[in-house]
Design a protein around this ligand. Structure first.
Ligand SMILES: [Zn+2]
Ligand SMILES: [Zn+2]
Length: 450
């Protein structure tokens, strides 16, 4: 099955009908373009099993694959690259920060895949696809949508986005730029559905300073903040709050340290972002300590879990310390998070989370309904294809597109071929949509739930 000159196809192998393991293919004139190659985590007892989309459809035609574009530095978009690399072996393109994060991971996993740097706002032709990077705001820096132009039409692949007027680190969402880049009609918009059921507008990162500062200022002992490691803006906000409240800052957890290294290496988080070694924590009075830690989802072996179990080598928390969850509960993680909080409470620690604060302490990185409406009003698209969501989210996103006057909405799932040109249709189940997973030896094997 090879796309002809007149064909423009979209074929998701992962991320359509689910949130996680994004892997999208675009087909035109005998070639394929891949956008993102992520992982998902499945809970099996106390273990988090790493899963990827099954790439066999494209692996069987890898001579037709012109490249892989990585839209941003989240695991559900780049975490599968080292696992699938030997089946793809195509050029990889990513922005400087994303590339730094990816290369750290590739080195650790002993994967030699080369990654080419692309600056946000740059253009590239991977014939027969012409690509323009359109910067967006999201919960990590240097996130981009892609405008993919072909002789058979254009597609706007939004990837993950929100419209943040003040993202704290990085540029604000530039509506003028978007208007100018999207003055011509596009055949289809392939769009983030994560928050399509939520009314209103996502919070700006900038709106969290007050709530986080309030929580820290009211804490008497040590303050520990759990947040997502890749949210560089949140780290910046927390560092400012630590300084203002006379607390030394330290970070616990490998992923946080790696993200900070990548951010500093690519010009984000300047010298103002100062941390001390966790080995010094024991010498400081509790009221002068602030810790940012990984593991807000209750992950076993993460820093928060070690702190809650009193088995961190550098510090023992005790009664009077405060744990702030500047994060959301990813569906499926309710139980481990509740268990983590219970452990902290049994130590006498106070918990501050989204449920017991009046001021916001976490912002989502995905568009709510008013942003989706604004996007659909801005883009003159013939077809809307909701992705990056479960069925409920895809349907909610499709309704918004319809209300905004987009004539066709196509809802499908992984493995379906969305034919965008010359005729519009979905051919179901064209590619194998099962999953692969990493076994105990680190090898990729078929997933038993397939
Ligand atoms: Zn993301
Ligand atoms: Zn994502």
């Amino acid at each position: 099955m090879t796309p002809a000159e007149s064909d423009l196809w979209f074929l998701p192998l992962g991320g359509c009908g689910e949130i996680g393991m994004n892997l999208s293919l675009y087909g035109h004139a005998g070639k394929w373009l891949m956008v993102d190659c992520g992982v998902t985590f499945e809970k099996r007892g106390a273990i988090n099993v790493v899963q990827t989309a099954d790439p066999s459809f494209i692996a069987e035609r890898k001579d037709q694959l012109v490249g892989l574009i990585v839209t941003h530095a989240h695991q559900d978009h780049l975490g599968g690259i080292h696992l699938l690399w030997d089946q793809l072996e195509c050029p990889i393109f990513a922005s400087p920060f994303t590339r730094h994060v990816l290369q750290s991971k590739l080195r650790r996993e002993r994967c030699g895949a080369p990654v080419v740097e692309i600056l946000p706002g740059e253009n590239l032709t991977l014939s027969p696809f012409h690509l323009e990077w359109l910067p967006v705001t999201h919960s990590t820096i240097e996130s981009s949508a892609l405008l993919i132009s072909t002789e058979a039409g254009k597609v706007l692949h939004t990837a993950d986005w929100k419209m943040d007027p003040n993202p704290v680190v990085g540029e604000a969402f530039d509506k003028n730029l978007w208007h100018s880049k999207l003055s011509d009609p596009v055949k289809a918009i392939v769009c983030d559905s994560t928050n399509a059921t939520r009314p209103g507008h996502s919070l700006s990162e900038d709106e969290l300073y007050e709530g986080l500062d309030h929580a820290v200022a009211n804490s008497k002992g040590r303050v520990v903040v759990g947040c997502f490691a890749s949210n560089i803006a949140r780290l910046d906000t927390l560092a400012k709050i630590a300084k203002k409240n006379g607390r030394y800052l330290t970070v616990l957890g490998r992923s946080l340290k790696e993200m900070i290294r990548s951010a500093k290496a690519t010009g984000y988080l300047d010298d103002e972002f100062e941390t001390i070694s966790s080995r010094d924590l024991g010498f400081l009075p509790p009221e002068e300590v602030m810790i940012i830690a990984t593991g807000s989802q209750g992950e076993p072996n993460a820093a928060l879990e070690k702190l809650a179990s009193l088995c961190h080598r550098d510090i023992d928390l005790n009664s009077g310390d405060t744990i702030i969850f500047s994060s959301k509960t990813i569906p499926g993680n309710e139980k481990p998070i509740a268990q983590l909080k219970a452990k902290f409470r049994s130590l006498g620690c106070e918990i501050v989370d989204e449920d017991n604060t009046e001021l916001p302490i976490h912002a989502s990185g995905h568009p709510c309904q008013s942003e989706l409406r604004e996007m659909y009003a801005m883009v003159d698209a013939e077809i809307a294809i909701p992705v990056h969501g479960e069925q409920l989210h895809l349907e909610a996103n499709a309704s918004l597109a319809q209300e905004a006057g987009i004539k066709r909405q196509l809802i499908g799932s992984n493995g379906d071929l969305f034919r965008l040109a010359p005729q519009i249709s979905i051919k179901r189940g064209v590619a194998n949509a099962s999953r692969l997973e990493q076994n105990e030896d680190g090898e990729l094997v078929g997933c038993p739930n397939n």
